[in-house]
Structures are given as structure tokens and as C-alpha cells.
Design a protein. Structure first.
Length: 252
């Protein structure tokens, strides 16, 4: 199982506000301050009315009340910058975790007029408001143990599927190698479990493609990846191998 965790660092700044007493009146001077050290400069600091995290069984809310200019500016992943102003952009980032149910895919001995399959599940948890994406690519096409014979990536029954478009693949006479994705946050073109795509081929520089993605929080997203392969009559029967790499990227 592969699991990656990211945690944020918290920085705390303590400001002391002195009160002066004149007769029966409390005078509390409040003004913007320039705060600095060898490593930072904060201009126009201010004091919030309230801020923090509130929760119940059905929601979690963070807020900043009374801060001048609180809120997001720009757009994450879209504009050239993103600025989060306010307490809710400073609290600890929740856990990011990604796992694969098994790392060995066994397609068995490939023979003509038969398509062998095997599958595993991808599990991801991310609490970042920017969502996540899981990308995949193959190291090279399926290769026979003789080191020469290869199986091309499938083009599916109608010859139209690719790295970015899934197609129906049910004809056992159609050979090749491909995958199906089903479950949470998979691409919309995987309409049924009979729709397959090619993996992007890293050996020729093809760009990896997302097999799962979401623009919002994913508490326990899970998808099943099914691998499928068949060999043509002019290819040697036997065992073939390749490797597939998954890259899980959180968005915060």
C-alpha cells in the first residue's frame, strides 16, 4: 500500500494591546501596525472580532469575522495567483492519503481469441478545497519475455478508443491492452464496464491522463481499475509485462 500524507505548518503571531485608564473611561487605541522580523513583513495588521472552526455532526465551518479584506483572491489552478486572507486559510490542512489495493496485476498466459482481465482499487482521501487528481501512464506497451514481441494498446471494437476517449471493447477477436475505470470521480466516457481506454505510453512521451479527479473535497473516494489484454494470432502466446505508474496530486 502506498500512502502519502501532507501537513501544513502553523505560524502564530501574538499581539499585546495595552489599555490606558483615564478617570472612568477606557481608552483602547486601535490602529494598523507594521509587523516585521528578519523573515517576514506584515503591513496593516488588524484584530478580528472572532475566528476559528465550528463543527457539528453534519458540517465543519471555518470563519473570520471583522477582518478587513478576508477571503480568497484569484483562483487556484486558473489565474496566475491565489491569495487566502483570513484565519480559515491558516488552520491545519487535513490528511491526504492515497492507496492501491494490490500492486501486482496477473493477466495470466495470453492466447488468441481470449481477453484476460484483472483489477485493483484506488482509494483517496483529501480534505483540500482544491480537490485532487490521480494520473496514470504505462512504462511501455506489453512486452513478451523474449524482449522483442509487443502487444499494441487497444483501439477497441470500433477502432476509436485512445488515451483520452473510451470505447466499447467486447469482441474477443480484438487484441490489445487497455483499462476500464469505474467508481468515484472517474472520467465520464467510462459509461459502462465494457468501455476501455489506452494507457498513455511514457516510452514515446505521451502525456499521462487522469483516471480520477474532483474539484472538491474527497472524503473516501474509490475507483476500480480493470486491466484487459488479448494477443493476435501472429503474436507469440505467453506472458507479457509492463508497469503502470499512478501519480496522486492534492489541490490545496
Amino acid at each position: 500500500m502506498i500512502q502519502t500524507r501532507l501537513k501544513s505548518l502553523k505560524y502564530y503571531l501574538v499581539i499585546l494591546l495595552g489599555l490606558t485608564i483615564t478617570g472612568a473611561m477606557f481608552v483602547a487605541p486601535v490602529m494598523a501596525e507594521n509587523l516585521s522580523s528578519d523573515s517576514y513583513l506584515i503591513t496593516f495588521g488588524n484584530f478580528n472580532v472572532t475566528s476559528g472552526e465550528k463543527s457539528s455532526d453534519s458540517y465543519v465551518l471555518t470563519d473570520t469575522v471583522g477582518q478587513t479584506g478576508a477571503g480568497p483572491y484569484g483562483a487556484y489552478g486558473v489565474s496566475s495567483y491565489f491569495l487566502g486572507g483570513g484565519f480559515q486559510y491558516i488552520y491545519q490542512i487535513q490528511r491526504f492519503a492515497f492507496s492501491i489495493s494490490k500492486l501486482d496485476i496477473e493477466l495470466g498466459t495470453l492466447t488468441t481469441f481470449a481477453n484476460n482481465t484483472d483489477s485493483h482499487t484506488l482509494n483517496i482521501t483529501t480534505r483540500g478545497a482544491g480537490g485532487y487528481a490521480v494520473y496514470a501512464y504505462e512504462g511501455h506497451p506489453l512486452q513478451h519475455h523474449d524482449g522483442v514481441t509487443t502487444i499494441a494498446d487497444t483501439t477497441c471494437d470500433a477502432g476509436t478508443c485512445s488515451q483520452t476517449a473510451a470505447g466499447i471493447w467486447t469482441n474477443v477477436g480484438i487484441n490489445g491492452f487497455g483499462y476500464n475505470a469505474s467508481g468515484d470521480d472517474v472520467p465520464a466516457d467510462f459509461i459502462t464496464t465494457n468501455h476501455f481506454r489506452q494507457f498513455s505510453d511514457n516510452s514515446i512521451g505521451e502525456e499521462m491522463q487522469a483516471v480520477m479527479s474532483a474539484s472538491d473535497i474527497a472524503r473516501t473516494a474509490q475507483a476500480t481499475i480493470t486491466y484487459k489484454a488479448g494477443v493476435a494470432g501472429n503474436k507469440a502466446a505467453g506472458e507479457y509485462q509492463t508497469h503502470v505508474v499512478y501519480v496522486a496530486v492534492p489541490g490545496y
